[in-house]
Design a protein around this ligand. Structure first.
Ligand code: SF4
Length: 182
């Protein structure tokens, strides 16, 4: 198994420190790519469909996403769990989503390229996304959503032996880092 490409002085011990609750390792060939994930994106429940290069359809067709992941050998599956007031706490879910993007930014800063980081929908790197009028301003830094890559979070969690649901009145966000020479 390849080793997660940490910058000097960083290690797996730093993952909880940056806000990651749980993580596990899988082979990229074990990732399940499911066109149904893109159908969920198309339903636009998150209202981000067609608004960012990190979201469908801007992140590219499923076969291209699959090829990108398979160009690496291994993957880190990680998640962060956030408390909600109750199961209708939409604002708490949104806050969790924003915090998870910050967690992903911190993870990005711990690692040395080449790797591919996948996160949740949307992108906070620019005030206004260039999609679809001009290329992404930070193609190496932005992290597409796992669902826009055709990956269903529940299946990803299952693959890594991690729980998808983490208790009453919580929301869990999942991300992925593909790394290692295929
Ligand atoms: S980095 Fe900027 S241009 Fe690229 S997806 Fe994010 S917001 Fe859009």
């Amino acid at each position: 198994m390849a080793t997660l490409p940490f910058k000097p002085n960083y290690s797996l011990d730093d993952l909880p420190k940056i806000g990651i609750t749980r993580y596990g390792f899988i082979k990229t060939t074990d990732i399940v790519f499911d066109p149904q994930a893109l159908k969920l994106c198309e339903s636009n429940a998150c209202r981000r469909y067609g608004k960012y290069w990190t979201c469908a359809p801007g992140s590219g067709p499923l076969e291209q996403s699959k090829a990108t992941c398979h160009s690496y050998s291994d993957a880190l599956v990680f998640c962060s769990v956030y408390e909600l007031e109750d199961s209708y706490d939409v604002e708490g879910m949104a806050r969790g989503g924003t915090e998870f993007r910050n967690v992903c930014d911190r993870l990005y800063d711990l690692l040395t390229p080449p790797f591919k980081l996948l996160s949740t929908g949307g992108c906070h790197l620019c005030k206004t996304c260039t999609y679809p009028d001009a290329p992404c301003r930070f193609p190496d830094r932005m992290s597409p959503s796992i669902s826009s890559y055709g990956i269903i979070a529940a299946k990803l969690a299952d693959c890594a032996g991690m729980p998808y649901i983490n208790g009453e009145n919580t929301v869990t966000y999942f991300g992925l880092v593909c790394f290692g020479k295929a």
